[in-house]
Ligand binder design. Sequence first.
Ligand SMILES: Cc1ncc(COP(=O)(O)O)c(C=O)c1O
Length: 382
Amino acid sequence: MKNRKLLMIPGPTPVLRSIQDEMGRETVAFGDSEFVADFQQLINDLKEMWSCDGMAFVVAASGTYSMEMALVNNLKRGDSLLIVSNGFFGDRFIEIAKKKGYTYDVLSASWGHVVSAEEIAEQLKKKTYDAITVTHVDTSTGAVAPVHEIGQVLKNFPETIYIVDGVCSVAGEPVDMMKDHIDVLFSGSQKAFGVAPGLALLWAGKKSLERRESLPEVIEYYADYKKWAPVMDDTKKYFATPAVNMTWAMKKSVDIIKEEGLENRYERHRRNAEAMRAALEAMGFKILADASCRAVTLSNPLYPEGVDDGEFRLELEKQGVQVAGGLGEYAGKMFRIGHMGNVDEHELAATICAIEKTMAKLLPSFKVGSGITAFLKSLCRE
Ligand SMILES: Cc1ncc(COP(=O)(O)O)c(C=O)c1O
């Protein structure tokens, strides 16, 4: 008998049976009274849990769509954007900015590091920007940006809309729109929420909604706040067909988070990340992200000498665990492993054991048991 496949890539993450069951429910009309109430409850919960004083949007799309939605509702052609990029997904804003005709500057960090709040403050003193984008956790590097400190800087620049890409952070990494002074936060269903891919989530604070009002017509039809706002205000209304079953799955995920408690969830992510990294380091991997800025949602381990990426990931998959490859210049040099969402300690332990078996096959000198021992020691020390 083959092992079950463990989905340990940094999104999509494993989906709990109770969430899958919501996806498997009989589909109803989007005007169905039970669905309308569930959808409204989801919107209200999302706003409350991430302290949004404006509006939360739940739309059928992926995270990239929320990047676009965030930009087009806050900037018009020619407006100025400061892009803070700590990796591959930060750079994606450059591509979008080019297409949209914004003027933009980029502050970037070398992979594994992050642009500091002080560097951002310096740049904002030199020039006025209509908006700034910061990728909270760049999935290409596993580094976490200091969104809270950046928010404190932005308090002094009220003309600049603060946009945070939380695709690989929200529901795992602490973030709060009020405390962190964020105007637009967005995410996707498939990472720390532990839902299948398919929903884009975006929180627009009051300042961002006001910015939208001040813009001329937004040419993007599906991405316009104004098209969706009446629906998110009153989920009986129609603009475009909501993803009924995915919305239910998302509501289930949020119910699970409420039951766990956000602070407990953050603490669980921190504890598991620490234990996973202790295991990876004990097995001979080096973590790409600098120790000062390691995200809790994923790790990006660099291979030790003598381990081939293709062979490693193929063998690991045979052992029943899927991880993702490195991006950019780290392709072939590292892999990426998620430890976010509803992944539990059993799954992490099984993953480490599969990595141990894989390493034992590829590296004759590998000491079996080193990873799982470090993992257990880390968890038992807590
Ligand atoms: C930080 C970040 N932003 C944006 C995206 C794009 O999201 P999607 O692939 O759902 O379009 C990703 C995807 O991994 C991501 O990690």
